[in-house]
Design a protein. Structure first.
Length: 351
């Protein structure tokens, strides 16, 4: 919320040139005062952006193993709804008499509402390891979420990074987390460039594409995933999903409109089945005592992959154009091959 308030202040700053950059890699551009403050606002948001990892850790802490895959699916549905409603709301607000002010004010109000909801309505999760929840008839029970009622006073020590790397199978899962996010972020950087240069899309057409993708993800995670998770193990869904997701990237290479929209279906099916199942299995491998902490460390690996992938995606597209998606596909196909070891992890958990 504070970052968005600073962002709002940027709009009122005078455009004062500070210095110029002329680089063979980055190109020529001028650094201005509003741009520096804007970078600071986004950096502050990044530094305090652990809310996603904490929310995943919180969800792992309050969910039983049998419901975990479905509940991570619900979390993904809420995120995808945000990706649909957010851009649409920003577009509507931007054409009002307040212009660029309106979307930023909207973001501030939404952030304020979220902050107040957390403060007044989100209970603290209990730091204990229980097999099941206490029965309770309330809205969280209906939605599939319930706070543990602890019956133990045992204090759980949170491991540091070196201790996490010594936990059985966790380094392997963190490596997979990094590779998956790396493939995603190469795509997220390269695709907008590809859509403009190869498909001649406008920003509006690109918005339609991502809206279709988000809606298909919601359909997969709300209808296909719950049924599949009852019939198949997390590892099976991760293996199948990664194979489908990797194929999606290969369909983007030719720059054909039909194949590009066909890829949307592959992306939604692959990601919709794989990612919630992966988060579910990660929490199970971590164990009841450490699952929240491990989710936080995993998100840090995802953040590192985001930095690497966003830079790499731009550089790859500049050099390879549409063939850069082959790199993203190969990364996910590597994940597909590595995922077969996850069956062994599941058998260890069962025993």
């Amino acid at each position: 919320m504070l970052s968005w308030i600073i962002f709002l202040g940027v709009i009122f700053l005078p455009v004062t040139s500070l210095f110029k950059i002329d680089s063979s890699v980055l190109g020529a551009f001028t650094i201005t005062l509003p741009l520096v403050v804007l970078f600071f606002a986004r950096a502050l948001d990044g530094l305090t952006g652990g809310n996603v990892s904490v929310s995943n850790a919180y969800l792992a802490d309050i969910t039983t193993e049998r419901d975990r895959s479905r509940n991570f699916g619900k979390m993904s549905i809420s995120e995808n709804l945000g990706f649909i409603v957010g851009p649409a709301l920003a577009g509507i607000l931007s054409v009002t008499v307040y212009g660029n002010l309106a979307p930023v004010l909207g973001a501030i109000i939404i952030s304020l509402i979220g902050t107040l909801l957390i403060i007044f309505y989100l209970p603290e999760s209990k730091e204990c390891a229980l097999e099941e929840f206490e029965e309770a008839e309330n809205i969280r029970k209906i939605l599939g979420y319930e706070i543990r009622e602890c019956r133990t006073t045992k204090e759980i020590k949170k491991p540091d990074f070196r201790e996490v790397l010594r936990l059985p199978d966790i380094p392997y899962m963190l490596g997979l987390y990094f590779l998956i996010d790396l493939g995603y972020n190469v795509f997220y950087t390269a695709f907008p460039l590809h859509a403009i240069s190869a498909l001649n899309w406008s920003i509006a057409k690109m918005g339609v594409y991502f809206t279709v993708l988000s809606r298909l993800l919601i359909i997969v995670q709300s209808t296909v995933l719950p049924r599949a998770s009852r019939k198949y193990s997390d590892a099976a869904l991760i293996i199948f999903g990664s194979l489908v997701l990797g194929t999606n990237f290969l369909l983007l290479i030719p720059g054909n409109l039909f194949l590009t929209y066909l890829a949307v279906g592959f992306f939604a099916l692959g990601d919709g089945l794989m990612w919630p199942s992966f988060l579910s299995l990660l929490s199970k491998v971590a164990g009841k005592e450490y699952q929240g902490t491990i989710q936080g460390f995993a998100s840090s690996f995802g953040g590192l992959a985001s930095i690497t992938g966003l830079i790499l995606g731009g550089l790859l597209y500049e050099k390879l154009a549409g063939s850069s998606f082959l790199i993203a596909g190969l990364v996910i196909y590597t994940v597909f091959l590595l995922n077969f070891r996850l069956r062994h992890f599941e058998r260890k958990i069962e025993h």
